[in-house]
Design a protein around this ligand. Structure first.
Ligand code: HEM
Length: 688
């Protein structure tokens, strides 16, 4: 069971089980310690083999140029529709907690499927269903959605960088509950005024992908729309260039749909039988109502080009109320100016081009305007920026490149925070020798608590929502991580380990040493022998830790819902988290500005911490920490939360009653957690 509270379901993506470790496999059988197989986190459907993506693409191309009378294609091409599908599936990603994105394929479920912004995308998914059925488990829905959009761009003459396959489908939409609009989102990230929502939400308007297209709070105010566009795309890690390239590249295609003011009908969560039935005329084709705006952005809506930018600059634009009853923009009616037209969606007649307030906003901000001019004048540069931004948009939630599968994966991108390749097992140091050196270090120096804390600080940045963080890369050696208050003292442990690093030099990475250092420190203090899989490599800088500063740091401001959320993001169960925390708080002092220790014997790993937390009466000692009444035992707010949150307290109680249980759970949790970021050694496992 994943950790969760009844009032606050915090389902997350899941850490796939490790299937093998080349280093361990290279050892003789008696030295071989295979990694734990029954990873409690695994809930995904991981197909045993990947579909032939080229064959999937050719099926998608055939579908693109068809038209189903139930939902006829505009311009005889479903391309724009599938681009929107892939964008909306991917665009829910947010850096604040790594949630969202198309991995998981959760757009099939509530809450996402009923978002206003996803109106009528049920039809796009239905059109793709036969392809999904043909390839079965070898093709995930998430991969299919992104590949459909990517193939459509290519088919319409757009530039493509490649395709990272390997998305794993979720069973339900629970991992999107924190995105809203839901009770869970209200608890975790309340938004006082929908339309002005702030981080950690990824959007100003819950239920939309980013911003209100009509303008802030529905006002056609293009000046004020630009900061909203920047703010919300920034929450997805997009800079100005990427933002303008994406919007202009996306709106090179297709049209908006708002044939009359009657609306799209009810969303799936209110009308499961006939969602978004469409209340204008026939409800389909030129009568479709999706967003309530009406018209194409360009005269060739199934052709990739930079006409969008040229039109933004080449005409004066006026807002008006379109046929769907919403504010949209038209070319100013002036003498000698004729608004360009393209074909009508059903091929019968023509239709004027249009813009949304959010489109016009790109000409109202000086930085955006520069880019609009650049892209209007330089198609090649636009193509280059667009293909990179599209790949980032659709692959950002996949984490490191080691998670990408298939034969269309482009070279590693900056946003994937590349690490050097894993050395082959034969080039690795003998880790038993390293163990010996660390043991010697520990017998000569009292640094066990520091080594254990260093490993935890290094590994605990891992978040399984977007697979960032973790100790692989040893980014704790660099800013920003090394400067975080929670990592105070890491330099002492790093200096202590320097002599071991010097002994094995480049055959031993800092990341392997940090993890093994913490592992040996816990074992030596009384923990069970833990399995270790070497082969981590070191990053060149700390950039991969940009968004990962822990939100729980032991300070008095720590709060229960943030802690629960942090545990969920790490992919830990309640028992695993409590065991890992207990290990950290059994050894050494509170450290930093704090006074005292959690236990009476700070050098031994036993269950005294749990006995203390569950049995002693603690009170505020000063404005920063707690002290047990009548005892020389201290604690932080996090420890008090363990006492207060029933699901955590239940585990702490079990560990207080059974030391051996604690040590067992700890050993398993430590092994799994420190390998959760090892996608370099993960194999593809059949599972349903
Ligand atoms: C369509 C808004 C960014 C691709 C639309 C529609 C709206 C909209 C209102 C009309 C939907 C309908 O009525 O059918 C926005 C806003 C954006 C944004 C406010 C950001 C400020 C993007 C991006 C892409 C994209 C980044 C892709 C890279 C598309 C496509 C369509 C579309 C292809 C046409 C769909 C079709 O023809 O069926 N967008 N969009 N949009 N959007 Fe965007």
């Amino acid at each position: 069971m994943k950790f969760g509270l009844s009032a606050l379901v915090l389902a997350t993506l899941a850490i796939p089980a490790l299937s093998s470790c080349p280093y361990l496999e290279s050892l003789t059988p008696e030295r071989q310690l295979s990694l734990k197989q029954d990873n409690p986190h695994t809930s995904h459907k991981v197909p045993a083999e990947l579909a032939d993506l080229h064959s999937v693409k050719s099926d998608i191309v055939s579908l693109l140029h068809s038209s189903d009378p139930k939902w006829p294609s505009d311009y005889g091409n479903y391309g724009p529709f599938f681009v929107r599908l892939a964008w909306h599936c991917s665009g829910s990603y947010r850096t604040s907690d790594g949630r969202g994105g198309c991995d998981g394929g959760r757009q099939r479920f509530d809450p996402e499927r009923s978002w206003d912004d996803n109106t009528n995308l049920d039809k796009a998914r239905a059109l793709l269903a036969p392809i999904k059925e043909k390839y079965g488990l070898t093709l995930s829905w998430g991969d299919l959605f992104v590949l459909a959009g990517t193939t459509a761009i290519e088919d319409m003459g757009g530039p493509i960088l490649g395709f990272c396959a390997g998305r794993q489908d979720d069973d339900d939409g629970s991992a999107s509950l924190p995105l809203g609009p839901t009770a869970e989102q209200e608890i975790l990230a309340p938004c006082e005024t929908n339309g002005e929502c702030e981080e950690p939400l990824g959007t100003t308007t819950v239920g939309l992908i980013y911003v209100n297209p009509e303008g802030p709070m529905g006002e056609p105010d293009a000046d004020r729309s630009a900061p909203q566009v920047r703010d919300t795309f920034g929450r997805m890690a997009m800079n100005d260039t990427e933002t303008v390239a994406l919007i202009g590249g996306g709106h090179a295609f297709g049209k908006t749909h708002g044939a009359c003011p009657s609306g799209p009908g009810l969303p799936p969560n209110q009308d499961e039988e006939n969602p978004w039935s469409g209340e204008c005329g026939t409800g389909v084709g030129v009568d479709a109502f999706t967003s309530g705006f009406e018209g194409p952005w360009t005269t060739q809506p199934t052709q990739f080009d930079n006409e969008y930018f040229k039109s933004l600059l080449g005409f004066k634009w006026d807002s008006w109320i379109g046929p769907g009853g919403h504010n949209q923009w038209q070319v100013r009616k002036e003498q000698n100016v004729t608004a360009p037209t393209g074909p009508a969606a059903d091929g019968d007649g023509t239709q004027e081009i249009m813009m949304l307030t959010s489109d016009v906003s790109l000409t109202r901000d000086p930085e955006y305007l520069k880019l609009v001019k650049e892209f209007a004048g330089d198609l090649e540069e636009f193509e280059n920026q667009f293909k990179h931004a599209w790949y980032k948009l659709t692959s950002r939630d996949m984490g490191p490149i080691t998670r990408c599968e298939g034969d269309m994966v482009p070279e590693v991108q900056e946003f994937q925070y590349p690490l050097p390749e894993t050395p082959s097992a034969k080039d690795l140091v003998d880790f038993e020798e390293v163990r010996g050196s660390v043991e010697k270090l520990l017998s000569e120096n009292d640094v066990g608590a520091e080594l254990s804390k260093l490993a935890w600080s290094c590994g605990s940045t891992f978040r399984e929502t977007d697979y960032l963080g973790g100790c692989n890369g040893a980014r704790i050696r660099f800013s920003p991580g090394k400067d975080w208050k929670v990592n105070e003292g890491a330099d002492i442990a790093l200096s202590a380990l320097q002599s071991v690093k010097d002994e094995f030099r480049e055959k031993l990475s800092w990341s392997d040493l940090i993890v093994l250092g913490g592992t040996v420190a816990l074992e030596k203090a009384g923990g069970k022998k833990m399995k270790f899989c070497g082969g981590r490599t070191d990053a060149a800088d700390g950039s991969g830790w940009d968004y990962l500063e822990p939100k729980i740091d032991g300070s008095i401001k720590d709060d229960s819902k943030v802690l629960i959320d942090a545990i969920a993001k790490m992919g830990l169960t309640a028992g695993e988290y409590v065991a890992l925390l207990g290990a950290q708080h059994s050894l050494g002092n509170l450290g930093g500005e704090y006074e005292g220790a959690w236990t009476s014997n700070t050098k031994v790993l036993d269950n005294e911490y749990f006995l203390n937390v569950m049995n002693l009466d603690y009170g505020l000692y000063n404005e920063a920490q707690y002290k047990a009444e009548g005892e020389d035992i201290y604690a932080l707010k996090t420890d008090m939360l363990v006492k207060q949150i029933p699901e955590l307290a239940a585990k702490a109680f079990d560990f207080a009653a059974d030391e051996s249980l604690f040590l067992d759970v700890l050993a398993n949790a430590w092994e799994n957690f420190f390998n959760a970021d090892r996608f370099d050694i993960e194999g593809r496992e059949a599972e349903y």
